[in-house]
Design a binder for this molecule. Sequence first.
Ligand code: SAH
Ligand code: SF4
Ligand code: F3S
Length: 479
Amino acid sequence: MYNSNPTLEGLTKVIDPKKQGEVYGQTDNNNQSSEPERKFYIESYGCQMNFSDSEIVASVLSDSGFGPTRNLEEADLILINTCSIREKAEETVRKRLRIFDKVKRNRPGTMVGVLGCMAERLKTKLLEEEKLVDLVVGPDAYRDLPTLVGTAESGQKAVNVFLSREETYADINPMRLDNNGVTAFISIMRGCDNMCSFCVVPFTRGRERSRNAYTIVAEATDLFQRGYREVTLLGQNVDSYKWTHPETEEVFSFARILRMVADVHPDLRVRFSTSHPKDITDDVLFAISEYENVCNYIHLPVQSGNSRVLKLMNRTYSREWYMDKVKRIYEIIPDCAISSDMIAGFCTETEDEHRDTLSIMEYSNYSMSYMFMYSERPGTLAERKYQDDIPEAIKKRRLQEIIQLQNAISFNHNQRDIGKVFKVLIEGDSKKDKNDFKGRNSQNKMLVFPKKDGLKPGNYTYVKVQSATSATLIGEIVE
Ligand code: SAH
Ligand code: SF4
Ligand code: F3S
């Protein structure tokens, strides 16, 4: 999820394992009827998918009489939606759990629950060995939360880490947390069948499944009617979206769902994340270029620029294949921005192979990237088959080189925008100065510009860029 540090957190809340825990801000409370008796507090880590899941959790809980609170101290139920993608992510969660444990001791009766990928990975371990938590609930078991809370209240172990082949929460209307009233996420699929050798996601999220296309369009329509102007379609691999109508057996591809959501209204911007390079089709690229409201921005994680390493990573494409894909994107959508994820120091990576990553970054001209040191994860293919043999110091240095290069590329990318006029969706006040608005252009770049009377968040305006850093474009509204 993204948070505007291009070296770490995405500008939007892109499927983003790097984002630190966040408590929601305002909710739109669309699920709330009367004043709830009990309160839940939820903190989310990891990718956008997790943030989106927390909104499903909030909806389920609010239907069973729990209301949201931002205040840890007044919560009856403390939940932490966790990420397992790298060791560090798990360490952060463990630290938080110890803090929650203290809160619990000061306030007996308070329950603590672990949700998400760590719940799935560690299962009952969290209850039995560490005794820090009362509930453990995997990503496909959120409907069961009210029952599990009851079980925990009666003093029993409350665990559901069952992974489903069907669950998509298609019918649940998420309670929008951390809400700006302008942009929202819509989960369109769950799980991942790709088995990249470094990755825990297939183990924590289970098999890939796609959500009913009509419920996606209904959710987008409802959001638009409530004033939202941008939706991001979410999945670990959105391009392999495939839903078959149970009666007509009609098949809906990702390109098709993209067009269907874009057709909701020309003023509803559509984004999506994440694309696996092997699955993004020309049809998707044509949909982006046909529709003004489908944003010209693709997050296309490369992971490595070297074919041998890509093979070890089980990414199923080579350096050349990826470069052709990038070329194709710029052919069909000349002003498209592409961003990426890179892993430094994967098993057996040589200096030359590392330099292949640097050169593919230059070739692809990424507007920004998420960059990581390889972190071995238990149970993954890489953990079982390869040795994590690159010393920490070398991983760090390679990562530093990747970050430095990306900063330079992003800076140049943004410098080239000086003098251009962009259509910008206003998202709210700039963090630094309340006299400025912030908003994004189609390429997902953040623009900051002085406010103008009559304009408010959710409006579109045109902004001419006057200067730029590696993270932000600074400009002025033009008529
Ligand atoms: N489904 C998305 C990515 C999900 S995880 C995709 O395929 O692009 C987000 C990013 O975390 C990955 O793209 C990868 O760059 C990074 N990542 C995943 N596992 C990792 C590991 N074991 N060590 C370091 N980085 C990892
Ligand atoms: Fe992990 Fe690969 Fe699936 Fe992405 S596509 S979630 S990196 S296994
Ligand atoms: Fe997302 Fe982290 Fe799970 S990246 S899918 S929350 S392991």
